[in-house]
Every structure is written in C-alpha cells, then in structure tokens.
Design a protein around this ligand. Sequence first.
Ligand code: GDP
Ligand code: ZN
Length: 341
Amino acid sequence: MARGRVIKLDRGYPLVKVGQMDPFRCEHSTALVKSERVRSVIGDFVDVALPHGHDNGIILSIEPRSSQFVRRDPAERTSSQVLAANFERVIVVEPAVDLNVKRLERELVLAHEAGVAVSVLLTKADLVSDAAELAAVEQRVRDLAGGSVEVLSMSTERPETVEAVRAWIPEGTLSVLLGKSGVGKSSLVNLLAGKHVMETGSVREGDGKGRHTTVSRAIVPIPGAGDVVDMPGVRGLGLWDADEGIEAAFPDVAAFSSQCRFRDCRHEAEPGCAVRAAVERGELASVRVESYRALKDEVDQMRRKREEARQMRGEKASDQRDSRKGAFRARSRYNRGSARR
Ligand code: GDP
Ligand code: ZN
C-alpha cells in the first residue's frame, strides 16, 4: 500500500501519482464504494494498492480534505459536485480589459467558500490603454474584493510580470486557477512552468455549442514553486451552500449587515436595516447590495429545491453530506474576515 495524490481524472478514472513513479489509473475499492459516498477528485490524497498483474491501482481510502472546491452539479441541479481538494489558494483569473464585475463577484464567492487564501490575477494587461488605466482597474478590483485579497496584473507580452505570481504558489502547495475559458490561464501556466505544458488559444471547454473538452484538467507542477490546477469556466459555476463565501466576498456589505436589527435581515423592507441605511448615506454602492442579494437568493433557492428533493425521497432534513461539510469547515477557516453565520 502507498500514499498518492489524484492528479487528474482520466476518463472518469482517478490518475494517481505515488512518489516519483509514473502516474497510474485507479479504481475505488468495492469496500470504499459501499461504505462512503465520497469519490476521489483532483487533489485528493489516497491510499492505494497496486496488485501484481493489474494495470490499475485500487484506492482503499481517501484522506479527509483540508479544503474543497464545490459547485452545484450542472447535470443534476439538486446535488453538489466537488471539483478539487486539498489546495491552499484560489487564484481568480480575469482579464484586465472589459472587466466583468458580476462574474468576478461570483468567482470570489466560490473561491472564498473553499475557506482558503484568495487572490485575483488580472491578465492581458497589455490590452489596457495605459498604466494609469491599469492602475485604476486594479484599484477597482481591490475595492471590490476587500483587504484580504491580493490583486496583481500580468501580460504575456511582459513575461517578467508573471514572477510576482510565483509568491502565491510556494513549494508544497496547490493553487486552483478559477476563470473563464480564454482569460489566459494556459498562457499563465506555460509562463510559470517555463515551457509549453498547456494548449492555448483554442476553445476547449464545452460551451453549449457542441464542442467538448479535449484536454482534461490536471495538476501541473511549477518548477521551483508549487502546483496549479485549472478549473472550469464560470458558465458551470452555480453556487451551492455559499453563505459564508458570500459574506467573505462582500466584506463591504457584511460590515453593515452585522448591524441590522434582525439577524436574518434581507435588507429589503425590514426596520433597522443598516445596509439600506448605508446605501442611503452613500457609504455603500447599491449595485453591490443587489449583487449580494441575487447571490443570496440563488443559494436560498437551491436550498429550497434540495429540501423538496429530499422530502420527495422521504429523507430527513440535515443529511450526511451537510454535516460532513460542517466538520470540514471547522478545520479549514483561513484568511477570512469576521463573517457571521
Ligand atoms: P485559457 O483558455 O484561459 O487557458 O486562455 P489561453 O491561455 O488559451 O489564452 C486565450 C487567448 O488569449 C490566446 O489567444 C492567448 O494568446 C491570448 N492571451 C493570453 N494572455 C494574453 C496576454 O497577456 N495578452 C494578450 N494580448 N493576449 C493574451
Ligand atoms: Zn438589513
């Protein structure tokens, strides 16, 4: 038996790397399949057996995760899907030109929900008209993301701009790259790796028009630094349980909502609403409150649907998965403001 790490899902099978050996495909042991609902994902640490005469290894157990990236399952809307595990940082990647604020807000929520360090990388800085404009975009993102989130910009035209990104990915850590297809993640990884490790420029993810992923995501080691792994575009990034992620991604709103008279204030018509008062005083932008509310509504709606589905199956309220998540969260708080539940 050996300890390894899932570095890729190879046509659905975990590809596991053990020490310096070539990675090999694995299946989950029958006992594991029967006893646990959890299946291994990219980043999982696993105990594997390599039976003689078999091509495939057998995953005997999956170690508890220090962090995980969860989205709503795009196929089955009342369940969640874990896309990566055991990473130390999420790097949200957005182009510096034509900044899409709504998308950035959603990505920040998903990133914070993982309970790890979060940073934003603005790509394609060369396409911004001048240095002052770039500084303004960076500042706008800093204001929006709050003090706990570092913001950098880079450009493939100036490869030295990638060097600062390395500090986010120290040796022995894994960083998740989160951003829409085409934002320049592969170009970034190639610059970091100092060689061509990922295809660039082509549309690889399914975009609803019949094209499909041809390159599957894998953990990429960066020489002299840690590892990175690419995540799917925001199109597939529906929120799951993300209340804490929302609080952390909206520190400006959260700062006032903690002063509302009602703990569960929706900042709509309730008396004593500190959020609405702050908007009226001009201390908080109303667009931010609208985004916050829309994301909260999405999470609430999912929770209701999930509850309905559960009742249809005749199950009790809090299910096993949610209580597992609670235990997991208690261990993984990191770089997070004083978000109130
Ligand atoms: P990915 O889908 O996020 O992996 O994005 P890619 O790395 O494949 O880049 C998408 C397109 O943007 C490619 O045509 C790249 O050449 C281009 N691109 C990436 N980074 C930059 C940059 O810094 N400046 C400019 N001008 N183009 C870039
Ligand atoms: Zn309120």
